[in-house]
Design a protein. Structure first.
Length: 377
C-alpha cells in the first residue's frame, strides 16, 4: 500500500495529457513546454568530449568548480551581482533543487505562500516537507502582477517560505522590479525564506526579468539550462543559497542527490559560456506568442493580458460548454490539439487552458487552423 505522502501527491495534468496524446495519431502538442530548439552545438560537443575523456565518475556534490565559476560569472555579467562559488549547488535538474530547498526551510506544519496561478507541482513539493500552501490570487487585469498588501495578509507565525516564479509558468507574466523589491522587503521583515524560481530567465520579451539577487543575498534562487538552452532532457540545474543555508543545503544534496552527471556538467558549462544565442531565440518566441495572440480573438476566445516572458499563455475558454478538463479532452480527441487544463495551476485558472508556444511556428499555425475548423463547426 503506498504511503499517505505518495497518495496525496496529485497528478501533473500536463503529463497526463501528453500520455493520452501519445496514444492518438497526428496530434499537435501545445500542452508541454518542450523547446524545439536544438541545444547549443558547443554543449553537445563538450558532452561527447567529456565522455571520451572518461568523465563518468562522481563529482563533488556541489558540482564541478569550473561549472560553478561559469554560473557565478553569468550572474555577474547578466545582473551585476557577485555570487561566491560556495553558495552555488549544482543539481540534476531544478525540480530536485526545489525539493531540497523545501526540505531545508519547511518544518512539519509550516506554511509556504504561493501566487495563484502557480506551477502545478509546487504544492506537492511543499507536501513532501510536511508543509502546506497558502495562495495569493493574481489577476490578468493587471498582467498578474502581485499586490504586496495581499501577501502581507497571508503571512503569519507559521509562514516559513514565500515562493515566486518570474517569468511565470503558466501565465508568462514577468514581475516588475517594484513588486520583487517589495516581496524581498516583506520576506526580510517577517523572517521568511524567499525562494525565487528563475528557470525561465533569459526568455523575456517586453520587460527585463529581474533576479531577486539584485536586491538581496538572503534568498534561494533556482535556475538551470533546460529552458533557455533547449536542454530539458539533460537535467542540469542549480541552487544559489543564502550564505547561512549553504552548509545545510550541501548536506541535503550530498545525501539525496549525490551529484549531477559529470559529462552533463561539462555540457552545461559550455552552454553558459559559449552557447548564448538568446536574442535570436527570444525574437522567435515573441513571434510565436504574437501569432497565437492574434488568433485568439478570431477563435472566439479571450486572453485579457499579454504574456511578457516564458513560453506559455492562458486561454479563457469559459465561453465553451463544459469545464476545462472536458474542453481539453474534446480538443484533443476531436481537433487533434493537446492543451493543458487550467485548474492544474490553481483556482485562478479554473476556466482556462494553458498553451505552450515552445513548439515550431508550423505546429502553432497547424494548431490554430485545427482549432478554427473545430470551434467554427
Amino acid at each position: 500500500m503506498p504511503s499517505n505522502r505518495a497518495m496525496e501527491t496529485t497528478p501533473f495534468a500536463a503529463m497526463d495529457v501528453l500520455e493520452k496524446a501519445g496514444k492518438l495519431d497526428d496530434i499537435v502538442h501545445l500542452e508541454v513546454g518542450e523547446p524545439d530548439f536544438e541545444p547549443p552545438a558547443v554543449a553537445t560537443e563538450a558532452a561527447i568530449d567529456s565522455l571520451s575523456a572518461g568523465n563518468v565518475n562522481y563529482t563533488h556534490a556541489r558540482g564541478k568548480e569550473s561549472l560553478r565559476r561559469a554560473i557565478s560569472e553569468y550572474y555577474d555579467r547578466k545582473y551585476g551581482v557577485d555570487v561566491p562559488l560556495d553558495r552555488i549547488l549544482v543539481t540534476p535538474g531544478s525540480s530536485p533543487a526545489l525539493l531540497m530547498v523545501m526540505l531545508d526551510v519547511v518544518d512539519p506544519g509550516g506554511e509556504v505562500v504561493l501566487t495563484d496561478p502557480y506551477y502545478a507541482p509546487y504544492p506537492n513539493f511543499v507536501r513532501q516537507a510536511e508543509g502546506h500552501t497558502l495562495t495569493v490570487p493574481l489577476s490578468p487585469d493587471n498582467g498578474f502582477q502581485p499586490q504586496l498588501q495581499e501577501f502581507e495578509a497571508k503571512m503569519g507565525s507559521d509562514t516559513q517560505g514565500l515562493l515566486i516564479n518570474s517569468p511565470a509558468n503558466p501565465t508568462g507574466a514577468v514581475m516588475d522590479a517594484t513588486a520583487i523589491e517589495g516581496l524581498v522587503d516583506l520576506a526580510s521583515q517577517t523572517d521568511t525564506h524567499l525562494i525565487s524560481d528563475e528557470i525561465y530567465h533569459g526568455l523575456d520579451f517586453d520587460a527585463d526579468a529581474h533576479s531577486v539577487l539584485e536586491y538581496t543575498d538572503e534568498a534561494f534562487v533556482l535556475d538551470g539550462v533546460s529552458k533557455r538552452y533547449g536542454m530539458t532532457g539533460w537535467r542540469l540545474g542549480w541552487i544559489i543559497t543564502p550564505p547561512e543555508e549553504t552548509a545545510a543545503m550541501n548536506r541535503l544534496v550530498q545525501n539525496f542527490l549525490i551529484c549531477a552527471p559529470n559529462h552533463v556538467q561539462d555540457a552545461a558549462e559550455a552552454a553558459i559560456r559559449d552557447g548564448d544565442n538568446l536574442d535570436d531565440i527570444r525574437r522567435t518566441y515573441r513571434r510565436r506568442r504574437d501569432l497565437l495572440l492574434d488568433a485568439v480573438e478570431d477563435l472566439g476566445l479571450e486572453m485579457g493580458y499579454t504574456p511578457a516572458g516564458a513560453y506559455y499563455l492562458l486561454l479563457d475558454v469559459s465561453s465553451l460548454p463544459g469545464d476545462s478538463f472536458t474542453v481539453a479532452d474534446r480538443l484533443l480527441e476531436e481537433a487533434g490539439v493537446a492543451l493543458t487544463p487550467g485548474p492544474d495551476f490553481g483556482t485562478q485558472s479554473e476556466h482556462t487552458l494553458r498553451a505552450s508556444f515552445a513548439t515550431s511556428t508550423e505546429q502553432i499555425q497547424e494548431a490554430i487552423a485545427r482549432l478554427d475548423a473545430y470551434l467554427q463547426h
